[in-house]
Design a protein around this ligand. Structure first.
Ligand code: ATP
Ligand code: MG
Length: 250
């Protein structure tokens, strides 16, 4: 499913004390079906706000979001979300966190348990299905959070710094895990990250945003074949170009 972001803008309206705050304007891009686009940009430039608007969790001040050419209004079940702060429910075990979506959708207990078990196996969580989140490592918790989203079979997946709180080795492992998964599923992915290396390793395209008032500085294509070599000439070239752009004119 393709995702079009068309001239999106966001203004937080001020009041008597404060004037309006323009967060971003004229954000336009297209993510083709099954492509992986990352968004990088300075802290506070509006990346989370952009994802929340695309997810239908808050309104835009202008512009539209389209799925396969149709305007999206509000929350759409075809769009799945994995947010860093999307904490697991601490009172539910791993498997009960994963099967929560099907449970709310009224899927019978046997059926949803079988579906959740498939994710437990595929996500290397065997033996931890009945553990509570506090007994899981950071990487495991994030795999449960991803499973909880994917079990609903979204066509577009929005991820907001999903690996931001992990140590670098766990982060690399989960990047590889995500790539294996995505190569098989070919969901359309929009992935926000602070980490340029991560964006270069994962993405087909990388949207680089400016400081506020935010606009698109450039959209890079990354054509290196996968699985990628993190230190290849192509990876280094794109990484340097993005870092130079973010650093601004010297
Ligand atoms: N209700 C509000 N009123 C005014 N400004 C707001 C409001 N909510 C958010 N903002 C501002 O919007 C901007 C964008 O915030 P957002 O969280 O989207 O940035 P971000 O790019 O995700 O940052 P980070 O990289 O730190 O996660 C911030 O500067 C924030 O201060
Ligand atoms: Mg953010």
């Amino acid at each position: 499913m393709s995702l079009d972001i068309s001239h999106l803008s966001k203004i937080h309206e001020g009041d008597a004390e404060q004037s309006d705050i323009r967060i971003f304007s004229d954000i336009t891009c297209r993510v083709e079906t099954g492509r992986f686009l990352s968004i990088v940009g300075p802290s506070g430039c509006g990346k989370t706000t952009l994802l929340r608007i695309i997810a239908g969790l808050e309104p835009a001040s202008g512009g539209q979001v389209l799925l396969d050419g149709e305007v999206v209004r509000g929350r759409d079940q075809r769009v799945g979300l994995v947010f860093q702060e999307y904490a697991l429910f601490p009172w539910r075990t791993a498997i009960r966190n994963i099967e929560m979506g099907p449970e709310i959708a009224g899927v019978p207990p046997d059926e949803r348990r079988a579906a959740a078990m498939q994710y437990i196996r595929a996500f290397d969580l065997n033996g931890f299905e009945h553990a509570y989140p506090k007994a899981l490592s950071g990487g495991m918790k994030q795999r449960v959070a991803i499973a909880r989203t994917l079990i609903m079979n979204p066509r577009v997946v929005l991820m907001d710094e999903p690996f931001g709180s992990l140590d670098s080795q766990t982060r690399n492992d989960l990047q590889n895990f995500l790539m294996t998964l995505w190569t098989r599923r070919k969901d359309t992915v929009l992935f926000v990250t602070h980490n340029v290396d991560e964006a270069v390793y994962l993405s087909d395209q990388i949207m680089v945003l400016s400081k506020k008032p935010t606009h698109i500085l450039k959209i890079f294509d990354v054509s290196a074949p996968r699985p990628r070599d993190r230190t290849s000439r192509e990876s280094n070239r794109v990484r340097k170009a993005i870092l130079d752009l973010l650093a601004g004119p010297s």
